[in-house]
Design a protein around this ligand. Structure first.
Ligand SMILES: CC(=O)N[C@@H]([C@@H](O)[C@H](O)[C@H](O)CO)[C@@H](O)CC(=O)C(=O)O
Length: 320
């Protein structure tokens, strides 16, 4: 059984894996990155080696070293460090789970294997169970991201009876827009103290209404402060302010989505906003174009999302 631990809640930044221009991992900026999240964005939980972290594009040895660096640099600064240990090979996933336990991570998460896929709920749970068993003292999260894995088994089905099979099961990271499925996960498991972590940043307010207890996402790296204002407004039941904050965040995400948005663009935006070099992504991803970065910067400025004092054009559409 997992040792009782503080529930993972609030914002969780899906960390980027910083890289050098030569495509090697740039471990040297991770300490600075931790400080930036805590001090500038008010984000004290991280999700390492997930989608944003290009976890599936790293070698097993790189994933181990990245996890170690975040745990080490986050010690006494971060509340929780969750490591994504999903892999196509059960053995690799187990190795990473065991490693996460050894280095003192606070939890592990696993996606569905996506090449040879589980064809029903029971097979998927068997896979997850075998991984969880490799780290029997660590809280376990199922990472539901059907658009990327192609595994379309509803999260509601996966959660049905999961704790009996996986005693360390502690929550769901739900990266999908199907709010019916998400809400049913909450509704059917309300008595259990699970964490329901939503992963579509532009729709977080809707998920909060449905009972999300926290959120994992890429934009919390650089819009954490803004999103925390939304969470605070929601908490004090000021729904009008919460909605304004969500609309404001949506204006930015909608803008970049139309330009073409993904992990590469997240790296470029984070470099711009934080000043910490995130470097290029690894193939098969391509570096964001200069045009993208210029347009994203102009939008960030007009929404007053950049804390520089050199606004030349004024806040054209700054949100309150
Ligand atoms: C598909 C995808 O990358 N989704 C992001 C979102 O944060 C996403 O970037 C955001 O909602 C903007 O669309 C996260 O759910 C991914 C995530 O948490 C991770 O990196 O593991």
């Amino acid at each position: 059984m997992a040792s009782p631990k503080k529930k993972l809640q609030g914002l969780v930044a899906a960390t980027i894996t910083p890289m050098t221009e030569h495509g090697e991992i740039n471990f040297s900026v991770i300490g600075q990155y931790v400080d930036y999240l805590v001090k500038e964005q008010g984000v004290k939980n991280i999700f390492v080696n997930g989608t944003t972290g290009e976890g599936l594009s790293l070698s097993i040895s790189e994933r181990r070293r990245v996890a170690e660096e975040w745990v080490t640099k986050g010690r006494n600064k971060l509340d929780q460090v969750v490591i994504h240990v999903g892999a196509l090979s059960l053995k690799e996933s187990q190795e990473l789970a065991q490693h996460a336990a050894e280095i003192g991570a606070d939890g592990i998460a696993v996606i569905a294997p996506f090449f040879l896929k589980p064809w029903n709920k029971d097979v998927l749970i068997n896979f997850l169970k075998e991984v969880a068993a490799a780290a029997p003292a660590l809280p376990f999260y199922y990472y539901h991201i059907p658009a990327l894995t192609g595994v379309k088994i509803r999260a509601e089905e996966v959660l049905d009876g999961i704790q009996e099979k996986i005693p360390t099961f502690q929550g769901l990271k739900f990266s999908d827009t199907d709010l019916l499925d998400f809400a049913q996960c909450v509704d059917q498991n309300r008595q259990r103290q699970f964490a329901f972590l939503f992963g579509v940043d532009e729709q977080l307010l809707s998920a909060l209404v449905m009972g999300a207890t926290g959120a994992v996402g890429s934009t919390y790296n650089y819009l954490g402060k803004k999103t925390n204002q939304m969470l605070e407004a929601f908490e004090r039941k000021d729904f009008s302010s919460a909605l304004n904050h969500q609309f404001c965040i949506q204006r930015f995400i909608n803008f970049v989505v139309k330009l073409g948005f993904g992990v590469s663009q997240t790296k470029a935006i984070m470099t711009l906003v934080s000043g910490i070099p995130m470097g290029p992504p690894r193939l098969p991803l391509q570096k964001a174009s200069r045009e993208f970065t210029d347009n994203a910067e102009a939008k960030l400025r007009s929404l007053d999302f950049l804390s520089f004092n050199d606004l030349k054009d004024g806040n054209l559409e700054a949100c309150s």
